[in-house]
Design a protein around this ligand. Structure first.
Ligand code: ZN
Length: 226
């Protein structure tokens, strides 16, 4: 893997102390662009500069954006606990070529290994956005990079029932908490009570899903990720 340090100059310096627990994948939302373009766009946003830690071009070249020990600027609430990787392209209207995919896969694998983590998220799984695009090979990279945490939907509707403990409820609660939704003071206890109901509804609302407080296939997939 060919990694180039673009030696970007950051305005006002960077804040350090990033503690990566996951990889967050993005697209540039531009068919052709360079690391310098992104750096400029992000400066124009008023940021110190390129918000991603890495940028992968279509030709498979990987560029360093911000130092990976620096806190990123790519996903609200997760910037201090993640590595942000952006792929050149707009994957709402194009598909990713193998050269770029392979570079992205290698980079992702190497960072998972380096930090001893397994979680890979598309930006949209953590924030209301369509990034990294509907054609982005997110499922494929999750599988091929060896990410854990893919738990398939059990097939029944998971709904409020505060009297019974259910392992699937506990999985949902953990995911909701990870994504910043408060499930109530008992945390991930496996009981689907009021707090969990409110959290599920809020998540469904934020994701544009039907807001019924019941976890069926669609909500499960958005929440757990395929
Ligand atoms: Zn993004």
């Amino acid at each position: 893997m060919n990694i180039i340090n673009a030696n970007l100059v950051f305005r006002d310096g960077l804040n350090y102390g990033n503690n990566p627990k996951m990889i967050i994948l993005h697209h540039a939302d531009a068919s052709v662009c360079s690391i310098e373009d992104i750096h400029k766009w992000h400066m124009d946003n008023g940021w110190s500069g390129c918000g991603y830690h890495y940028f992968v071009r279509k030709n498979g070249t990987v560029y360093v954006g911000r130092d990976e020990k620096a806190i990123g600027a790519h996903c609200i609430n997760y910037n201090a606990v993640s590595i942000g990787i952006c792929a050149e392209g707009n994957f709402n209207c194009e598909t990713m070529g193998e050269v770029q995919y392979n570079a992205l896969l290698q980079l992702t694998r190497s960072k998972l290994g380096k930090y001893g983590i397994s979680r890979i998220c598309g930006h949209f799984e953590l924030y209301s956005t369509d990034c990294p695009g509907s054609n982005f090979p997110l499922d494929r990279i999750k599988k091929e990079a060896g990410a854990a945490g893919e738990i398939s939907y059990s097939g029944y509707l998971i709904k409020m029932n505060s009297g019974v403990s259910d392992e699937n409820v506990r999985i949902i609660q953990r995911k909701l908490i990870e994504k910043g939704y408060d499930v109530g003071s008992s945390g991930a206890d496996g009981y689907f009570g009021e707090g969990t109901l409110e959290a599920v509804k809020k998540f469904q609302e934020d994701m544009g899903l039907e807001v019924d407080g019941v976890v069926g296939g669609n909500t499960w997939e958005r929440l757990i990720g395929r």
